[in-house]
Ligand binder design. Structure first.
Ligand code: GLN
Length: 503
């Protein structure tokens, strides 16, 4: 512990407040050893996480071993990765070699991944350290991170409240300063909703920008993996690391833009203003949000206007049909994806003796949680003979109509603004029994998934009771740079990375 003592007690206790890129710099400059820092990270997790429940499993030994190797690399003047020594947590539906991937489901409680997801390989190649696997709604199905076999995630700003879902552990671990960066996945808002509820930054990239290889599928045509962090530099650095074509995922597109690296270092407020972005305010949707959310979002819009952005009101058609279309498509794909969990290829060991095939299958599959069962039932129904045209095909038509709406809007605007969530975080247990109430909360986030466009949630402010509110920014496909720029503007103006919960 030599170096940390040399840093002084105060700096040592405040290390967890640093962003990933700042810690990495300190390790590179040999101000701290990676090994010492990672020990402190685990110490903080054991002090804090009993209140938050964000980790399902930890990677203590292997992360410390890798940290030692990093210290050695530095001593030997070897080539160093861009995420050197940064501790990163991974949502528990993304495969990490040798660690359990439970998807927060009883069904997979013993399943150990035999390979790394491509995103994990890419992070490790840049010397990031995988710290553990993060809690979530079972298989990503939910909006509150209450539907977990491992118990609900608690919001760091007020532990009686939900953290948002489904990547609630990923958001809460970052918000409570246990780790600076995490990965989540977003099928209909699962990165952005918890980012908004926990006051961190989260981005759902363009469909195809990031490989899904090694992500346990919920709804393949909608979902993407993306980073969550407290600073925009950490978001951009992580996105740069994980994005790009992957031969193991044929939906990672071959678009030339995928080789791009997003720029973040030179961005200043003037630099962003110089780009003359046209901002569209989706008025018809903002007006349907809770009053404190609406007021906060309008304050952010005023800030843009005050600084000379060209801001215009606009509206999006067909959004009334979006929720129905999303839940038809998502459950249809889920019912097919989850059929592999039959306790033969995957599942926990259960003696089949004395069972017929059907009764064995239904016995084993009764281990899914209620929400997952609901999705399988709805999905099987909408795909069944006679109903396919009535529901699934109609949903695809709505999806196309929404995509066309965005195509039109992005001819007029570079960026669109919405709240992330229509309401404030709610109390744990408050909505669990009302599935439709939870479905309705996804109204602002599902649009980007249906259209395949990128969307980011950034911290925007707080309610009177101190609960976080998020602002959502959307841009056209492969235009993540614009989201990073606009977020940089707000980060500079609001200093939201200094908004830290008292935990
Ligand atoms: N809340 C949405 C759902 O339950 C989105 C979940 C997600 O993005 N994984 O489907």
């Amino acid at each position: 512990m030599g170096m940390l003592l040399a840093l002084g007690y105060d700096k040592m206790t405040n290390l967890h407040k640093l962003a990933g890129y700042q810690v990495s710099q300190k390790i590179k400059n040999q101000e701290i050893f990676a090994e010492e820092y990672i020990s402190l990270v685990f110490e903080r997790i054991s002090n804090v996480d009993s209140k938050i429940n964000s980790f399902i499993s930890k990677n203590h030994e292997s992360a410390l071993l890798k940290a030692k190797q990093i210290d050695k690399k530095i001593r030997n003047n070897e080539k160093l990765g861009s995420l050197l020594g940064i501790p990163i947590g991974i949502k528990d539906n993304i495969s990490v070699l040798g660690l359990k991937t439970t998807c927060a489901s009883k069904m997979l409680q013993e399943y150990v991944s035999p390979y790394n997801a491509t995103v994990v390989d890419r992070l490790e190649k840049q010397d990031a350290l995988i710290i553990g696997k993060l809690n979530m709604d079972e298989f990503g199905m939910g909006t509150s991170s209450e539907f977990s076999h491992y118990g609900a995630v608690h919001n760091p700003w007020n532990q009686d409240y939900v953290a948002g879902g489904s990547s609630g552990g990923s958001a809460a671990a970052v918000s409570s300063l246990q780790i600076p960066i995490s990965l989540g996945s977003d099928t209909g808002g699962s990165i952005r909703c918890p980012s908004s509820f926990c006051s961190v930054i989260g981005i759902k990239p363009t469909y195809g920008l990031v490989s899904r290889y090694g992500l346990v599928s919920y709804s393949n045509s909608l979902e993407q993996i993306g980073p969550m962090a407290r600073t925009i530099i950490d978001i951009a650095m992580t996105l740069n690391t994980i994005c790009g074509k992957d031969s193991s995922d044929s939906t990672s597109t071959t678009a030339a833009t995928l080789d791009q690296q997003f720029e973040y270092k030179i961005n200043t407020v003037d630099g962003v203003l110089g780009k003359n972005y046209k901002v569209g305010i989706i008025d018809n949707l903002i007006l349907s949000s809770e009053s404190q959310v609406m007021e906060t979002v309008f304050k952010k819009i005023d800030l843009l206007k005050k600084h000379g952005f060209d801001v215009q009101k606009t509206k999006i058609n067909y959004s009334d049909f979006a929720l129905a279309a999303y839940y038809v498509i998502a459950t249809a794909e889920a019912s097919s994806n989850l059929s592999r969990f039959d306790n033969i290829r995957y599942g926990f060991s259960h003696n089949p003796q004395g069972y017929e095939w059907n009764s064995y299958s239904s016995h084993v599959r009764s281990n899914f949680g209620d929400e997952v069962k609901r999705r399988i039932l709805v999905g099987s129904f909408v795909l069944s003979a006679g109903y396919y045209g009535k529901y699934y095909l109609k949903a695809q038509k709505v999806r196309n109509a929404i995509k066309n709406e965005f195509n039109k809007l992005f001819k007029l605007f570079d960026v669109l603004i919405l709240p992330t969530m229509p309401i404030l975080p709610f109390k744990i247990g408050e909505k669990g029994a009302k599935p439709l109430d939870l479905f309705n909360l996804d109204i602002y986030t599902i649009l980007a998934n249906l259209a395949g466009i990128p969307a980011m949630s950034i911290p925007a402010g707080f309610s009177k009771k101190g609960l976080p509110i998020g602002l959502q920014i959307l841009s056209n496909e492969f235009n993540e740079q614009i989201l990073i720029d606009i977020a940089t503007f707000f980060e500079n103006k609001d200093k939201f990375n200094e908004w830290i919960p008292n935990i």
